[in-house]
Design a protein around this ligand. Structure first.
Ligand code: CS8
Ligand code: FAD
Length: 394
């Protein structure tokens, strides 16, 4: 199968083109001026970051992998990863809201008809709109094959029924990608179909905004579909292809989520290094205590290792090679690094690290989700280990 064909490509290239350095620099400046100063405020108010999203749209930092034909810049995955890291350095709550747009767009890019791409990707590039990706349900997150939302054909259209859970951007979305069972007699992974569903369709009920541990300005909700009519042209690809389309979207978005985790890890490292030079104990800056300095060294090692693996996972896709294997490795290492670095940063800050006046307690709360969403670390290891058996048969 396609996923198990991922070859352990020995190739790599770390040179960034002028274009890549340009977009990285643009995103870095945007994050420092438009995100860093407002991150704590959004964390506290939990307000959806519309003003930042509008500015990001204007600056050309959204919809980056939308092909030029549909109004986007058509950037490769490595370029998108550079942006994702910089935005996340500023605030991963805002970054998640921004990147969830790209996640919803990914299945459309992978499998949409020309008409669907023109209509739904085109409008995203024209105005600052957000979209949402609806796969997870109350009863099935890791086990996508276990989803229960159904779509049945009725008079030429499709009628959707079911409940999605933890859907990022749900409260503000213009449209949803929705995965549903369409053939109960087929095995689950070949009996699902992907749909693009307009958010103003009658029968869509939004749950309350969930109050999460971190990334609190990001909007996460339950969404119920009650006899929602979807026109036949809003089917993505062919009937029965939905599961694979959903998986192929992850090949694009897992490197970007991983890259965001690297951005958080980098932020934690920088905050800790700066603080360790200012804070003095026993007559010297704490960075001169080897126990502290070595924590900083470990943070730097892990961040760089994670970044390199993320870049490799993105570069592999850009090179036209299967990247599922590397995307899962990158996700596992980068999310662990984010969690570890945030933890170490709090340690370096001492009591101040536990306090909301300093930036690192937010990093600590924001980091954990990276080991959960876009496939938990256990699920990434499942993907990696299955590929190993295919790579090195007995
Ligand atoms: O169920 C799969 C899985 O990935 N689970 C985790 C789910 C997940 O990651 N959810 C995330 C939801 S979105 C989210 O969290 C957003 S966070 C907020 C936004 C952040 C900003 C972006 C699984 C466990 C890996 C696999 O499940 P199985 O049921 O065991 O299926 P398989 O047998 O592995 O596969 C069935 C068929 O599908 C094919 N497949 C699998 N992966 C791929 C890829 N590309 C193409 N095809 C794929 N990557 C596989 O080959 C099988 O094909 P067959 O022809 O049937 O043999
Ligand atoms: P479960 O699948 O119930 O897992 C529970 C535990 O069991 C985990 O530790 C897991 O790793 C482990 N486990 C499960 N199965 C296995 C196995 N086979 N082997 C080993 N361990 C296993 N989903 C969307 O579709 N769209 C979104 O926009 C979206 N955004 C999200 C935003 C937030 C803030 C959150 C919290 C979640 C979001 N999700 C979204 C859902 C997210 O992808 C799931 O929560 C995640 O995939 C885990 O699924 P679950 O919560 O059902 O946990």
């Amino acid at each position: 199968s396609e996923a198990s064909e991922a070859d352990a490509s020995p190739q790599v290239s770390f040179g960034l083109s002028d274009e890549q350095q340009g977009i990285q620099d643009l995103a870095r400046r945007f994050a420092r001026t438009e995100i860093v100063p407002v991150a704590a405020e959004y964390d506290q108010s939990m307000a959806y970051p519309w003003p930042v999203i509008r500015k990001a749209h204007e600056a050309g930092l959204l919809n980056l992998h939308v092909p030029e034909k549909y109004g986007g810049p058509g950037l490769g995955l490595l370029s998108c990863a550079l942006v994702s890291e910089e935005i996340a350095y500023g605030c991963t709550g805002i970054q998640t809201a921004m990147e969830a747009i790209g996640l919803a767009e990914a299945p459309v890019i992978v499998a949409g008809s020309e008409e669907l791409k023109m209509k739904y990707l085109g409008r995203m590039t024209e105005e600052p709109l957000v979209a949402a990706y609806g796969v997870t349900e109350p009863g099935a997150g890791s086990d996508v094959a276990g989803i229960r939302t159904t779509a049945r054909k009725e008079g030429g259209s499709w009628v959707l029924n079911g409940t999605k859970m933890w859907i990022t951007n749900a409260g503000h979305a213009n449209w949803f990608f929705v995965l549903a069972r369409t053939d109960s007699s087929a095995k689950p992974t070949s009996g699902m179909t992907g749909f693009v569903v307009d958010a103003d369709s009658p029968g869509i009920h939004l749950g309350k905004k969930e109050i999460n541990m971190g990334q609190r300005c990001s909007d996460t909700r339950m969404v119920t579909f009650e006899n929602v009519v979807v026109p036949p042209e809003n089917v993505l690809g062919r009937e029965g292809d939905g599961f694979k389309i959903a998986m192929k979207a992850f090949d694009i978005t897992r490197p970007l989520v991983s890259s965001a985790a690297v951005g958080l890890a980098q932020r934690a490292l920088e905050e800790a290094v700066r603080y360790a030079q200012e804070r003095r104990t026993m007559g010297k800056p704490i960075i001169e205590h080897q126990a502290v300095a070595f924590m900083l060294a470990d943070m730097a090692i892990q961040t760089e290792a994670a970044r390199n693996l993320v870049w490799k996972s993105a570069w592999t896709k850009d090179a036209g090679l299967p990247n599922t294997f590397y995307a899962s490795m990158a996700k596992t290492l980068a999310s662990r690094t984010a969690v570890e670095n945030a933890n170490l940063a709090v340690q370096v800050f001492g009591g101040a690290g536990f306090n909301t006046e300093y930036p690192v307690e937010k990093l600590y709360r924001d980091a954990k989700i990276f080991e959960l969403y876009e496939g938990t670390s256990q699920i990434q290891r499942l993907v990696i280990s299955r590929t190993l058996a295919a790579l090195y048969p007995a």
